[in-house]
Design a protein. Sequence first.
Lengths: 115, 113
Amino acid sequence: DTGVSQNPRHKITKRGQNVTFRCDPISEHNRLYWYRQTLGQGPEFLTYFQNEAQLEKSRLLSDRFSAERPKGSFSTLEIQRTEQGDSAMYLCASSLGTGGTSPLHFGNGTRLTVT
Amino acid sequence: DAKTTQPTSMDCAEGRAANLPCNHSTISGNEYVYWYRQIHSQGPQYIIHGLKNNETNEMASLIITEDRKSSTLILPHATLRDTAVYYCIVRPSGSGGYQKVTFGTGTKLQVIP
């Protein structure tokens, strides 16, 4: 179990630029989640995948955000035309979606700063 | 899904037991209680979960009241490395995922030397 890996750990970008983050989940986990976390708050759900299918998106996920999980393995989260309000920690988590009680396993996140 | 309430912050002396409470008065019969913690600059880490029986693992114990409206996470011998934000969440069992789970702001536990 190598854990959930996220890259990059930190990203500084200028307002209006596009950014892309990558998440590599635990290999046997078929569910993958993206969360956003701002200072002093808990993680907020953005979207999730079961295998390659994106099954739900939060209202927090504006049209500028898009997520993919080709082949049901790694996932990418892209933010287009970044705004200062997008500055946050973006967390990825994975779990076994067997219908049981499998816990979430989080990566250490990508911290985005939009200047 | 049920929401949880937790104290904003707590202190605990190093070596003593840390008892972190969580209220989940609207919990449904099929919802489990999960605890996670988040050390600064890291992602949340799973600790333990339970339905109605008390649970123990190598990290902590979870005590759930008989009416299931509240629970307590116990770290038996707190160390400085246990300083973190602790989140209590509820989530239904079955095929549903975590998309409707609310993490809230958690309890910031400070372990004091």
